[in-house]
Design a protein around this ligand. Structure first.
Ligand code: GRF
Length: 220
């Protein structure tokens, strides 16, 4: 039997999405295995979650590197050493260079806590996103898993889920509702990738029948 897809997760914070992916892989819902977690924040709870699950966890503190290039090389070396087939950004608060993204083209995804292409882009993270959604008067919000390109939050969309915006919502109550949706959506998007069901068609992602781990090669 083929080895399950090897997933590496990059996170800067609490790591609840990391946990959701680990759990879904472990309970058999997703034919993949989280083989490494990396954080640029040494105190991130995400690292602790990985360790508790027996998954190698590395702190790569960006402030300790003389350049973005050196920081990213360190992250890349770890991902490569663990033979990662898919990189999942899960609350990773560093914008990655085109060079890094290019090295993992078609093998790197992110989750964003809103319905892209709205409420995304540089500076749109964490509470700011939910604050902007509430200020807009939108009646729905949600989350988006997308392939990562050099454009922040701009890559092809893999999957989305919606949640209602309710009367009296605060950024915190909306964030909590969106987080619940994220914990279902992200593992499911990883499953689609792991089953080889995702195909890039220009700027769009098509979902087809299973073909085996990874992105379906162009032209198939
Ligand atoms: C999530 O809301 C995700 O959409 C965003 O960062 C947050 C990470 O939360 N990119 P957690 O660390 O997974 O709990």
């Amino acid at each position: 039997m083929a080895e399950p897809l090897r997933v590496g997760v990059l996170a800067s914070g609490s790591g609840s999405n990391l946990q959701a992916i680990i759990d879904a892989c472990r309970d058999g819902a997703v034919p993949a295995r989280v083989v490494v977690a990396i954080s640029n924040v040494p105190s991130a709870f995400a690292l602790e979650r990985a360790r508790r699950c027996g998954i190698p966890a590395y702190a790569v503190d960006h402030t300790g590197y003389p350049s973005i290039d050196r920081f990213e090389s360190a992250v890349r070396e770890i991902l490569e050493a663990h033979r990662v087939g898919l990189v999942c950004l899960a609350g990773f608060l560093r914008i990655l260079s085109p060079r890094f993204v290019g090295a993992f083209a078609g093998r790197i995804v992110n989750i964003h806590p809103a319905l892209l292409p709205a409420f995304g882009g540089k500076g749109m993270y964490g509470e700011r996103v939910h604050r902007a959604v509430l200020a807009s008067g939108a009646r729905v919000s949600g989350c988006t898993v997308h392939f990562v390109t050099a454009v922040p939050d701009g890559g092809p969309i893999v999957a989305q889920a919606t949640v209602p915006v309710e009367e009296g919502d605060t950024p915190a109550t909306l964030a909590a509702r969106v987080a619940g949706a994220e914990h279902r959506l992200y593992p499911d998007a990883v499953r689609l990738f792991a089953e080889g069901r995702l195909r890039l068609d220009g700027d769009r992602v098509r979902v087809g029948p299973p073909t085996g781990p990874g992105l379906v090669p162009e032209g198939r």
